[in-house]
Design a protein around this ligand. Sequence first.
Ligand code: JD2
Length: 262
Amino acid sequence: MRVDVVSIFPDYLSVLDLSLVGKARQRGLLDLRVHDLRDWTTDRHRTVDDTPFGGGAGMVMRPDVWGLAIDEVLDGAAGAHLIVPTPSGEVFTQRHAESLASADQLVFACGRYEGIDARVAEHYRDAGVTVHELSIGDYVLNGGEVASLVMIEAVARLIPGMVGNPDSLVEESHGAAGLLEYPVYTKPPSWADLEIPEVLLSGHHAKIERWRRDRALERTAQRRPDMIAALPVASLDKHDLALLAELGWVPDPGDDGKLTRA
Ligand code: JD2
């Protein structure tokens, strides 16, 4: 896969030389190229921004400079996706990461200031490029660089032949799908007056699986009620339903196949 990142702060992306993404590059699975947007400016001051039409605070990035940059980095032959990180985007999820992992090329356009002139996304959509305006969450960053790092890491670890431990990806894809992970423990067995839950030392595989699923359900109900409300009742066994009932969740009497608060 080819990944191009365009930014006025290309040094922000230097952490991509490390760890997993760096390894993928060394192994030839990832062709990562970071570019300085100012390389496509044509004026003496290398200007990338201007004042917003309609007024208001701050500056907006010029579409003409972005157009020259994106036209040059887009590989016409490849199935390219243009990703524009923005606080106004759809929220980036594992589903986006999975879908982007099979693309031929990803181009990340990292804005600064108040963002990039809206015609850039519109123009490339009109030109037949798959454009994704994505946010990494409901908080405000100063630019798209850190958001791009997050998305690149999430995608890179899904590229076939990439992850250190393929078992962990298999478990992720069909394990406790739709639930948070259960708590994990390792040695030493006693630390800070805290012991390992006995069942994990028992060697009783079925009991361990049940204990882990119970903890995952409890944790999810406590921290992510939105995920409990999205669970298909058909994916839950008798024991799951009994535990969830104790936690205040029951099958919707309107029988839509989901749970609701009792
Ligand atoms: C960005 C800015 C508009 C306020 C380019 C912020 C983001 N989850 C996220 N939070 N913030 C961003 C993000 C991404 C790109 C830019 N800014 C600053 N723009 C209003 C602040 C400029 C993502 N993804």
